[in-house]
Design a protein around this ligand. Structure first.
Ligand SMILES: NC(=O)C1=CN([C@@H]2O[C@H](COP(=O)(O)OP(=O)(O)OC[C@H]3O[C@@H](n4cnc5c(N)ncnc54)[C@H](OP(=O)(O)O)[C@@H]3O)[C@@H](O)[C@H]2O)C=CC1
Ligand SMILES: CC(=O)C(=O)O
Ligand SMILES: [Mg+2]
Length: 767
């Protein structure tokens, strides 16, 4: 994309469909007059009076505790300089967006029209009662130092200048890890710091707290090297003035181990990079354009460990990894400050997390195949969902230990769950699935293990303890791919076409032939069939050599369903198989059935689909609240398509009175309690939140789930196969790695349940 197109794209993004990036959304009901009388006069007076009695009640009755002010005067906006308060607003709104999506913190951005330190401080102090915390942003040095120092002293809520400490925290974490990779000790390295402003001074101070030596540092500002014989140095610059008799960046870079750029674009030349010591560490963090372009740097030095502040290259060292999580931890213990102990705890948590195996969803989010700790991955990525559960607890704990927390946390596991929940219900449901599977992992045969994504999913399932994979496919291809993705495990690999070792192929063929020899199957044709991976895999499960099966990644649904039905068949007493998809929507998980199999189910089929779906919903630990959907509401149409749904509902009401199910209902009435309450107060669904929709036919269900998925309205898990005698689960064609892992967990849970039923059956027989 050309620079001009990028420019246009950025402007359109900010302008359309509504100008800006954030808005205020009410969190309470406001539909009726009654709601309004609570939200505003007269009801609102009650919390006012409670807060008048005790100011701390503001945390109980208002949004204060989760509200941070992002405040700037626009004097040092990114690396764009002093562009004024109005021009800084897009950046401040951007910070608001990041606070929200990464840590679920609400933000008012406030742009103040003054460069006078006293006026600025006075303004912040006067508006501070509104907020739980103050994030100072893009205020130039040296004023930024005084502003932060005085506000910290005079306010009893956390105040942090993000450009100083957010940047210091993330770059210190990156530096610690980069030094480990370069096999250098922080006490010994020579560090050049370009910039002597808010970010640079604060970073250099924090590096010292981790062992860097001031005498090994050379700092530069717009006038060159800050020497101790220079006159009129500010207090902060004087702190880092060097005794070395050098003047230029070029001289400073000679034999330096580390370059920290918090200044201006394009000031580091290839020659300077070449003059640095071996395995140089270069963090060119000026935004939006770094001190040296990423491509030039990595081309110039093959041994470089390179980072920028940008998201379009590896190693984004940017304070986005700091401020959301630091404030989250501070707010959650109602800390009065953000102190050194809290900052250091955040550094350590970030540095540690980078060394942990990276979840596949992070690889997917960044279009990577295998992120792992190394020169191109020295710090976690901002979209890493683990950040929220790792960094804020570390910060909160440090706040408690250093005596600045007003609301200590006692149950850390519960706190971590609450934090994860803040990122939405999708993560919660998936986590629940994975955790359940891990409780009792099963042997899962992956019928298409020679496909990279399937193999990666099998690797994750194995490494996370979700399943014991059995890999089916060409052995040489699987082994080559395993090498490629570092899947180093002793898991069975079976090639159905050449399974000489166990001779299972012939054993399965014999079983199959015996079952069907009077139905035109010869032993020869059975042997031929067992070379086909889906038949072989189905026989493995049927014969108890595997507990569950995953297939369908590379073939269309009916081709895979056929052998499964033929060899494994349905659960006893079942006349139908069907599928359900769980859609993770904004209103919570929603089960949709039947999404893949029954084209035009009868009333009786619909009752079966509803019952099977009800079992699956329970498997997810939820109570099924089901609406049988239609274009008609409770008899408003006499057409056969509506009456069959009515008939199904009536059957379920008669035979399963405990089931919470009703219809026929249009989807808006099914999902909107108020509409339903008003028009159909007699409905058995009453005020319950519907979590399951049974559709009258395949068209409706399949179109709905694909539409939701494609419009990014919901992430989908499924289709989950229901009604099979054994746990067999068929993927959507071309499913991604996350979807395959989720399906594997479902297959394992399905196997756990089926095993339990078998045992219960056996026990009841023996009684
Ligand atoms: N990646 C990240 O997370 C972050 C990156 N930054 C980036 O760091 C830069 C500085 O931000 P901040 O500290 O807030 O701003 P400040 O205005 O406080 O500081 C800017 C500093 O850069 C110095 N400078 C200007 N030109 C040169 C030059 N040619 N060589 C060396 N130093 C020079 C200035 O010198 P003088 O004192 O003489 O004026 C000043 O000390 C910006 O580009 C910003 O985008 C900032 C925060 C976070
Ligand atoms: C990232 C940031 O805060 C800055 O560049 O100013
Ligand atoms: Mg900034």
């Amino acid at each position: 994309m050309s620079e001009e197109s990028k420019r246009r794209e950025a402007l359109i993004y900010h302008a359309k469909p509504t100008p800006g990036k954030i808005k205020v959304v009410p969190t309470k009901k406001y539909a009726s007059q009654r709601d309004l009388s609570l939200a505003y006069s007269p009801g609102v007076a009650e919390p006012c009076l409670e807060i008048e009695k005790d100011k701390n009640n503001a945390y109980k009755y208002t949004a204060k505790g989760n509200l941070v002010a992002v405040i700037s005067n626009g004097t040092a906006v990114l690396g764009l300089g002093n562009i004024g308060p109005e021009a800084s607003k897009p950046v401040m709104e951007g910070k608001g967006l990041l606070f929200k999506i990464f840590a679920d913190i609400d933000v008012f951005d406030i742009e103040v029209d003054t460069e006078n330190v006293d006026e600025f401080i006075q303004t912040v102090k006067m508006i501070a009662p509104t907020f739980g915390g103050i994030n100072l942003e893009d205020i130039k040095a040296p004023e930024a130092f005084e502003i932060e120092r005085r506000l910290k002293k005079e306010l009893n809520i956390p105040v942090m200048h993000d450009d100083q400490h957010g940047t210091a925290i993330i770059s210190a974490a990156a530096l610690i890890n980069a030094l480990e990779l370069a096999e250098k000790k922080i006490e010994n390295v020579n560090i050049v710091i370009s910039g002597a402003g808010a970010a640079a001074i604060s970073c250099s101070r924090l590096y010292q707290a981790f062992g860097a030596k001031r005498e090994n540092m050379v700092m530069l500002d717009s006038k060159g090297v800050i020497r101790n014989d220079r006159e009129n140095l500010s207090k902060e610059k004087a702190e880092f003035a060097t005794h070395r008799k050098i003047d230029t960046l070029e001289e400073a870079m000679d034999n330096a181990d580390v370059f920290i750029g918090l200044s201006m674009p394009d000031i580091v030349t290839p020659e300077m990079l070449l003059s640095m010591a071996k395995t140089p560490i270069v963090f060119a963090m000026a935004n939006p354009n770094p001190e040296v372009k990423y491509d030039i740097a990595v081309k110039t030095r093959k041994d470089i460990i390179m980072a920028t502040g940008r998201s379009d290259h590896p190693n984004q060292v940017n304070n986005v990894l700091g401020f959301p999580f630091i404030f989250r931890g501070a707010l959650d213990v109602r800390a009065t400050k953000i102190n050194e102990a809290m900052k250091m705890a955040a550094v350590k948590a970030l540095a540690r997390l980078a060394k942990e195996p990276v979840p596949e969803q992070v690889n997917i989010a960044y279009g990577e195949t295998k992120l792992a700790f190394g020169t191109d991955y020295i710090i976690p990525k901002p979209f890493d969902p683990r950040l929220i559960a790792e960094v804020p607890p570390a910060v909160a704990k440090a706040a408690m230990e250093s005596g600045v927390a007003n609301e200590p946390i006692t149950d850390w596991e519960k706190y971590k769950d609450i934090l994860r929940e803040r990122l939405g219900s999708d993560n919660k449901l998936v986590r629940l699935l994975l955790n359940r599977a891990k409780l009792d992992p099963k042997r899962v045969v992956f019928a298409e293990a020679d496909q990279l994504d399937v193999l990666k999913a099998a690797q994750i399932a194995y490494e996370d303890g979700i399943a014991y994979p059995i890999l089916l496919g060409r052995k040489d291809a699987i082994e080559r791919l395993m090498d490629e993705i570092d899947f180093d495990a002793d898991v069975p690999i079976i090639d159905p076409k050449a399974d000489e070792e166990t001779d299972r192929k012939n054993k399965y063929a014999e079983v199959y032939w015996k079952q069907r020899k009077r139905r035109g199957v010869t032993l020869y044709s059975a042997q031929k069939l067992m070379r086909e991976r889906n038949y072989f895999a189905a026989m493995m499960v049927s014969e108890g050599d595997a507990d569950a099966l995953i297939s369908g990644y590379s073939r269309n649904y009916p081709t895979v369903v056929k052998p499964m039905l033929e060899l494994i068949g349905m659960t006893k007493g079942t006349t139908r198989v069907a599928t359900t998809n769980v859609m993770m929507t904004k209103r919570g998980p929603l089960f949709l059935s039947d999404t893949s199999i029954n084209i035009d189910p009868s009333a009786k089929d619909l009752t079966k689909i509803a019952q099977m779906t009800s079992q699956v919903v329970k498997m997810f630990g939820m109570t099924p609240i089901m609406a049988m959907t239609s274009y008609s509401n409770f008899g408003s149409s006499d057409h056969i398509n509506a009456s069959k749904v009515r008939e199904a509902v009536s059957y379920l009401h008669r035979h399963f009175p405990d089931m919470i199910v009703d219809g026929e209902l249009q989807t808006d009435f099914a999902l909107n309690n108020e509409m339903r309450r008003e028009k159909f107060p007699f409905s058995k669904l009453a005020d319950k939140k519907v979590n399951t929709l049974i559709f009258p036919n395949l068209d409706a269900a399949n179109i709905t789930y694909k539409l939701l998925k494609e419009l990014n309205e919901a992430q989908s898990i499924g289709p989950i196969m229901m009604g099979m005698r054994k746990p067999v689960h068929i993927l959507q064609l071309g499913a991604n790695v996350d979807e395959i892992v989720n399906m594997t967990a479902i297959a394992v849970i399905d196997a756990q349940h089926k095993e339990k039923w078998e045992q219960e059956k056996a026990n009841s027989k023996s009684v």
